[in-house]
Each structure stands twice: as C-alpha cells, then as structure tokens.
Design a binder for this molecule. Structure first.
Ligand SMILES: NC(=O)c1ccc[n+]([C@@H]2O[C@H](COP(=O)([O-])OP(=O)(O)OC[C@H]3O[C@@H](n4cnc5c(N)ncnc54)[C@H](OP(=O)(O)O)[C@@H]3O)[C@@H](O)[C@H]2O)c1
Length: 282
C-alpha cells in the first residue's frame, strides 16, 4: 500500500478482543495504528506482534479520566501525520437486572460506552478535519436495536451511541468526515462472562470471532459510502422485525424471562460480576 492510501487509525479498546483484531487487520492492510486501552502490557504485546511494528504506537489511558483523555488527544496531535480515523471501540458490558444495578454501575456503563466516545470524538474533530480521509467508526451492538432483558443499561448505551452516530454523520456531512456505525451480535471475547455465554447457548444465539468483526469494520471503512452495518443472520432480520412489530418481540422475550432470570442470578453470584468493575463518572 502506498503512503497515500495508508491511514493512521486510533483504535480505542485495542487491548481487548475486537479492538486487537481490528488493529491487527488494519496493520496487515498497511495502515498505521495507535493502540489505545488501559492495559499497557497487553498493548505493547500487540504492537510487537504487528507487521511493521515500529510504525505503530501504544497509547495507554483510562478514557474515563479527563486528564488522561486530554493527554491522549495531545499526543495524537503531536505525532507527525496526525490521525485520519477514530474507531470508538472501547466498551464494557453488564448482564444484570436493573434492580441489581448500583448508581456507579449505571454511570460506569453509560460513561464508558456513550459519553467517552462523544467526548473523544469532539476532542479529535480538529485533527480528523485536517485529514483528506477523516472518518469515525462507532462500535455499537445488536442489543442497541433489540432492547434485551438483562441488558437494559447496556442496550440503552448502544442505542444512544447509534443516535449519536446518525446525528453526527448529518452534522459533519459538509465537513468531509465520514461517520460509520457497526453493530456486532455476540462475539467471542472476554467481555462475555460464563453466565452470558451460558445464556447465549441456552437461547441459541450465535457468536462471531473477533476477526470476523474486524473484517466487517475494515470493509465499512473501505466502502466510504456505507453508513451502518449490522452483523449476523438472523439478527439483521430480528432488528427489522423489532422496529416494525415490537409487540411480537416483547412476547417472544417475555417467554424467555425465567431463563434470563436464572442466568442473571448466576451472574450476580459470580465473583467477577462486571458491575463491580465499572468505572467512575466523567
Ligand atoms: N463481545 C461481544 O459480544 C460484543 C458484542 C457487540 C458489541 N461489542 C462491543 O465491542 C466493543 C469491544 O468489545 P470486546 O468484546 O472486544 O470487549 P473486551 O475484550 O472486554 O475489550 C474491551 C476493551 O475496552 C477497553 N476499555 C474499557 N474501559 C475502558 C476505559 N475506561 N478506558 C480505556 N479503555 C477501556 C478495554 O481496555 P483494558 O482491557 O486495557 O482495560 C478493552 O481494550 C465494545 O464496545 C462492546 O460493547 C461486543
């Protein structure tokens, strides 16, 4: 790939399953990646595994911390060539009934999955505007389009991210920055706990590899005109059915509630319940 086609891409959550797969595929395609996440050791390990390792950079930061986020944006601005593409991928999940969620769990989820992408995008806009290929890709979820019991706050965060993406795409339409949205279904990563994996199996939900999601993400970036993409069949159909006939989906999911409660209880009783590791408010 010539230097002209080679983009510099900031991937948040690059230490995680989907982020590392996206960063790897981008590097394989000749792009330069800025690897963002909290776990510096994992980011260094990923960087060392990438083709043309020396081109890439590790940029550890807790994005919930305003000072660390500001320092990240400053570092991006100081690097020669700037940043062409921001992939807002960092995220957390929580499988819990609403009645079991604390205030800090609510704010941790909403801040990480919704406020952070908004704030980071705003702060990087001047840099993205300097690029001839400026683009933003927000990683949402099928659950942002099918409100799922046990994931009400996660679903709300991803639904909000979709609304943000759509509005921003229109707002930036005369600025030359493309704004995309990618909604995976379940993916085989550490985001999903044993209880979530068990629930998915019991419900017959299929899951994809992080590499598959990365391929869809890079295709979206290459397509230039693609606005949003939903991964997986029959999930794409369910999303349409849910939009047209929500009462139908209400009654299907109502029948699954005993199963969902059973796995939510398992999750609550497990030591690594994600709501206990949620971040602080912005
Ligand atoms: N896995 C799924 O089933 C699935 C399905 C649909 C959508 N998604 C979405 O895909 C995205 C990636 O998820 P994943 O499955 O790859 O999860 P993952 O393996 O748990 O990775 C999550 C990433 O987010 C980073 N992160 C979380 N909080 C952060 C913070 N405060 N500051 C900086 N980085 C932070 C983590 O960093 P550290 O590890 O370094 O702390 C990690 O790199 C998320 O937005 C998720 O909602 C996932």
């Amino acid at each position: 790939m010539s230097d002209k086609q080679s983009l510099t891409v900031l991937v948040t959550g690059a230490s995680g399953g989907i982020g590392s797969a996206i960063a790897t595929l981008l590097a394989e395609r000749g792009h330069r990646v800025f690897l963002q996440g909290r776990n510096a050791a994992r980011l260094q390990h990923l960087k060392a595994s990438l083709p043309f390792s020396a081109r890439h950079r590790v940029m550890p930061a807790d994005l919930l911390d305003v000072e660390q986020r500001t320092a990240l944006v400053r570092e991006c601005a100081e690097v020669d060539g700037g940043v062409d593409v921001l992939i807002n991928n960092a995220g957390i999940s929580s499988f819990a009934l609403l009645s079991d969620m604390s205030d800090s769990a609510l704010s941790g989820l909403l801040n990480t999955n919704l406020l952070v992408p908004m704030a980071l995008t705003r702060d990087l806009l001047p840099l993205l505007q300097r690029s001839h290929s400026g683009a933003i890709i927000n990683i949402g979820s099928a659950f942002g389009h099918i409100g799922h019991p046990g994931f009400s706050v996660y679903s709300a965060s991803k639904s909000g991210l979709h609304g943000f993406t759509e509005s921003l795409r229109r707002e930036l339409s005369d600025c030359g920055i493309r704004v995309h949205y990618l909604a995976p279904r379940a993916v085989d990563t550490d985001l999903n706990t044993e209880a979530v994996i068990g629930l998915n199996r019991a419900l017959g939900n299929k899951s994809d590899s992080p590499r598959e999601v990365a391929m869809q993400c890079v295709q979206l970036l290459d397509s230039r005109t693609g606005r949003r993409r939903f991964i997986g069949w029959p999930e794409r159909l369910f999303i349409k059915v849910n939009a047209l006939f929500p009462a139908l989906v209400d009654s299907v999911l109502a029948k699954k509630m005993p199963l969902i409660r059973q796995y939510a209880t398992q999750e609550l009783q497990s030591a690594n319940h994600p709501i206990s590791s949620s971040g602080e408010a912005l």
